[in-house]
Design a protein around this ligand. Structure first.
Ligand code: ATP
Length: 360
């Protein structure tokens, strides 16, 4: 399948400051792609360049194979949804949704039919004659969505569209948004700094940092196989420690700051181009054992419990390794055993559990 959206070597500079650097990214038709990153990493600038609201300094943008780099927003046929719904307050829900069709000079009966169809899809039929002020935040956001896709845009762009909603409504709207996107088969580029939202919604996530797209991959891959320690730390919990590679072979042997002994990592988990980098492991990969395992095939670190926090299904255990590193581990509460402060344990993990990454 060809890409619906292509960024080819896109750069955006404001004076000497680079907001987006050499962005190369394709989005497939019907794909839900999320740009995730901290504030100021260049997500909104990227979205605005695709919408035509911001001019790229260099590079090209293609929509369905057509170069649109210098085209005005109206010509790009893109739907937009922002955090502040930007509904017209003096227009009813029906009039708000009809607006993009009127702008495109569609025939009246067509407009009426399309508005009704889209209001039904977004379960807004009963609210057609209400004004935005008579709606809840979630309902207003649904109107903004309906208005963004009523004209059958080639791509839907959403910038923190759920940002103004409270937590419960956000979780609910997230599910609605995903099922609606799947039903209409829209290609979506979504911007957020909320990692849970990105994981729940996206076919692929692109993680941005200082204007550079660090990695683009499906949620599971971003979580399990981050390409560097910035991506590892930005998405989910991790233990990330500076490390040195001592040997390389079927397994890499690392010396990790704060962990005693030699740490083994499978060759395929060693993606660091340099002899110094970061050792990274997810907390759920650890096992706590009373005895040292009697195989050299497993990494085993002597630790003491500092605190253990009971969280229902899991116990979050904060440990201190003999060599000084602080490590947080999630243990199923059912087999947590004795986790009294000061008690000694072996922290174990396999060479397939940890990664040796480029430090960022
Ligand atoms: P947030 O999550 O806070 O919206 P973001 O990742 O979307 O952040 P951008 O809005 O794309 O970040 O901004 C990227 C960088 O470009 C920021 O450092 C910002 O200050 C800078 N920037 C954005 N617009 C301009 C402008 N018009 N002039 C100068 N610098 C700008």
């Amino acid at each position: 399948m060809t890409d619906q959206v292509v960024f080819a070597g896109i750069c955006k500079r404001y004076g000497t400051f680079s907001a987006v650097r050499d962005l190369n990214l394709g989005i497939k038709e019907g794909e839900f792609l999320t740009l995730l990153g901290p504030s100021g990493s260049g997500k909104t600038t990227t979205l605005r360049m695709l919408a035509g609201l911001e001019a790229a300094t260099s590079g090209d943008i293609l929509l369905a194979g057509r170069r649109v780099t210098d085209e005005v927003p109206e010509k790009r046929n893109i739907g937009l949804v922002f955090q502040n719904y930007a509904l017209f307050p003096h227009m009813t829900v029906g009039q708000n949704v009809a607006f993009p069709l009127q702008m495109r000079r569609r025939k009246r009966p067509d407009i009426a039919r399309e508005v009704d169809r889209v209001l039904e899809m977004t379960q807004l039929g009963p609210y057609k004659d209400r004004y935005p002020r008579q709606l809840s935040g979630g309902q207003q956001q649904r109107v903004a969505l309906a208005r963004a896709f009523v004209f059958d845009p080639s791509v839907l762009l959403m910038d923190e569209p759920l940002g103004a909603l409270d937590r419960n409504l956000r979780d609910h709207m997230r599910l609605e948004l995903k099922s609606l996107q799947e039903r209409i088969g829209a290609t979506v580029m979504y911007v957020t700094h909320d990692q849970d939202e990105a994981l729940a919604l996206s076919d692929r996530i692109g993680v941005m940092h200082q204007g550079v797209l660090q990695q683009t991959a499906p949620p599971g891959e971003i979580y399990e196989r981050p390409v560097n320690s910035f991506v590892a730390k930005f998405l989910g919990q991790s233990v990330c420690l500076p490390a040195k590679r001592l040997e390389r072979g079927k397994r890499s042997v690392l010396s990790v700051e704060g962990l005693d002994g030699r740490i083994l990592v499978d060759a395929e988990n060693d993606t660091c181009p340099d002899a110094t980098g970061d050792f990274m492991i997810r907390p759920e990969r650890f096992t706590l054992a009373a005895e040292r395992p009697d195989t050299a095939d497993v990494n085993a670190i002597r630790c003491k419990v500092e605190t253990a926090v009971y969280l229902g299904a899991q116990v979050e255990v904060h440990l201190r390794a003999g060599a000084g590193a602080q490590v947080q581990v999630a243990v199923p509460a059912a087999n947590a055993g004795d986790l009294a402060a000061g008690s000694g344990h072996w922290l174990t993990f396999r060479p397939s559990d940890g990664l040796y990454l480029r430090g960022v």
